[in-house]
Design a protein around this ligand. Structure first.
Ligand code: IPM
Ligand code: MG
Length: 357
């Protein structure tokens, strides 16, 4: 029996998470596994209910589960709260930190039937298969933050970007191991021409490279990487990078797959893995059944793979999604002429039926 903490969160979270649960239940009945789902509040929903975006009971539930399935958090309603109560800084970041999830995996794989859905040319994206490994518990997101008043009546705001050798080695080692199971190419992305933290990053990865002679190591500045991702994305296999660079590059990379609604993520490194779509809570379409649940469903597949070591089951979800795409079913974010438009629940039903078929 696998215990899964379910945190729908805010916005479209409440619509997409049930679809991923349906997919997992279908896997359970097809392959004979038992999944136990326990729901808890997080983000704005938790703040509204009890005054804090990350209640202790939610954190406890996550700690005592085998994996966590998260929807999305945040929205305009909570944007003006004091920063420590905002869903992002008050809930998501501490949850990642508390669970020790230093490695965030965001795979970008093109579903062949979606090749025309991307804003990029077919010949650029055909065959894209890359994995961004984003350091998730350090860097700019977690450095000291401060505000002070200045003599001219204005203010000065500071965010510190720091990394230790330990943190860099830990994520780089992780990335090398992932690269070894793929096409054995690792591109470490930094801004070593300007930032001291990036110089330590590059020195550290450079010093580790001889330990992985079977993996081809390269280094790239983040601005160049952002350009190369749309110029020639096929050059990449595994990218490893700092927290904020990874945040930015993965939104960009998601467009290689046609929609950010297709990009799953896994955050691992601690006792309990966290699985969430790479997109946000999309308040503009929340409650309208327009959201694409596939990033969350594909995140559930990553849960099967990385937390439960159920590779065949993970592939069953991925191939169900592949087939449904090939059959032409699309949520509005991917809709093109000649396809069949479905809503959030209908897309989830299709995945469920395909798994059970
Ligand atoms: C992501 C999101 C989060 C992040 C936000 C919601 C805090 O953009 O998971 O990429 O910046 O990490
Ligand atoms: Mg992001």
């Amino acid at each position: 029996m696998y215990k899964i903490a379910v945190l729908p969160g805010d916005g479209i979270g409440a619509e997409i998470v049930p679809e991923a649960i349906k997919a997992l239940q279908a896997i359970g009945s097809k392959f004979g596994h038992q999944f136990q789902f326990t729901e808890a509040l997080i983000g704005g929903a938790a703040y509204d209910a009890g005054g804090h975006p990350l209640p202790d009971s939610t954190l406890e539930l996550c700690r005592s589960s085998d994996a966590v399935l998260l929807g999305a958090i945040g929205g305009p309603k909570w944007d003006s709260l004091p920063v420590h109560l905002r869903p992002e800084v008050g809930a998501l970041l501490p949850l990642r930190k508390e669970l020790g999830l230093y490695a965030n995996l965001r795979p970008c794989m093109l579903f062949p039937s979606l090749i025309h859905a991307s804003t990029l040319k077919d010949e650029v994206i055909s065959g894209v298969d890359l994995m961004v490994i984003r350091e998730l518990t350090g860097g700019l997101y977690f450095g000291e933050k401060s505000r002070e008043k200045t003599a001219d009546g204005g203010q000065k705001a500071t965010d510190i970007l720091s990394y230790s050798t330990f943190e860099i080695e830990r994520i780089a080692r992780f990335a090398y191991e992932v690269a070894r199971k793929r096409r054995r190419k690792l591109c470490s992305v930094d801004k070593a021409n300007v930032l001291e933290s990036s110089r330590l990053w590059r020195e550290t990865v450079t010093a580790m490279a001889p330990d992985y002679p079977d993996v081809e190591t390269s280094h790239m500045y983040v601005d160049n990487c952002s350009m190369q991702l749309i110029r020639n994305p096929r050059q990449f296999d595994v990218i490893v990078t700092e927290n904020m660079f990874g945040d930015i590059l993965t939104d960009e990379a998601s467009m290689l797959t046609g929609s950010i609604g297709m990009l799953p993520s896994a955050s691992i490194g601690g006792q309990v893995g966290l699985y969430e779509p790479s997109h946000g809570s999309a308040p503009d379409i929340a409650g309208q059944q327009k959201a694409n649940p596939l990033a969350t469903i594909l995140s559930a597949a990553m849960m099967l793979r990385y937390s439960f070591n159920l590779e065949e089951e993970a592939r069953a979800i991925e191939s169900a999604v592949q087939q449904i795409m090939a059959e032409g079913y699309r949520t509005p974010d991917l809709m093109e002429a000649g396809q069949t438009m479905v809503n959030t629940t209908q897309m989830g039903d299709l995945v469920e039926q395909k798994i059970l078929a």
